[in-house]
Design a protein. Structure first.
Length: 137
């Protein structure tokens, strides 16, 4: 029996992350942002729940957006991650919106363990930045 259980655990570990392993609330080191990642159809998306800036000014707007018509929309609950599709052990081909510079970058999410993920945003490879996010309870 113990050998059977060990085999099942190894098979689960080799299978990679489940389709919902990134779902939840995550803290980014950038301005202590809290992002809620959820399923959006077949892909993953994420909304900005809070940040140091939003705690200082809950009505903060998307003033740095490159599109002047969008600069009046609130940052709170804004879609910051979109279009990520699962591929093997990561979610790829997504978009990451950065409210600090108003630009959208190509993105990749990789699960490190149950409580950490890496988000990579790229202007184009190799011009990328990677952050490690921590799961919140």
């Amino acid at each position: 029996m113990p050998l059977l259980m060990l085999g099942a655990l190894l098979a689960a570990a080799m299978a990679g992350p489940s389709s919902d392993s990134a779902v939840g609330h995550w803290r980014s080191p950038t301005k202590n942002a809290v992002i809620e990642i959820q399923r959006c159809g077949a892909s993953l998306c994420g909304r900005l729940v809070s940040s140091d800036d939003l705690r200082a000014d809950p009505a903060r707007k998307d003033v740095n957006n490159k599109n002047p018509a969008l600069r009046g929309r609130p940052l709170k609950n804004m879609l910051m991650l979109s279009g990520f599709r699962q591929e093997s052990d990561a979610w790829v081909d997504g978009e990451v919106y950065n409210g600090a510079d108003g630009r959208t970058y190509s993105g990749r999410i990789t699960i490190v363990d149950a409580n950490h993920l890496k988000l990579r945003g790229c202007v184009f490879v190799p011009l990328c930045k990677t952050e490690t996010w921590t799961r919140l309870p």
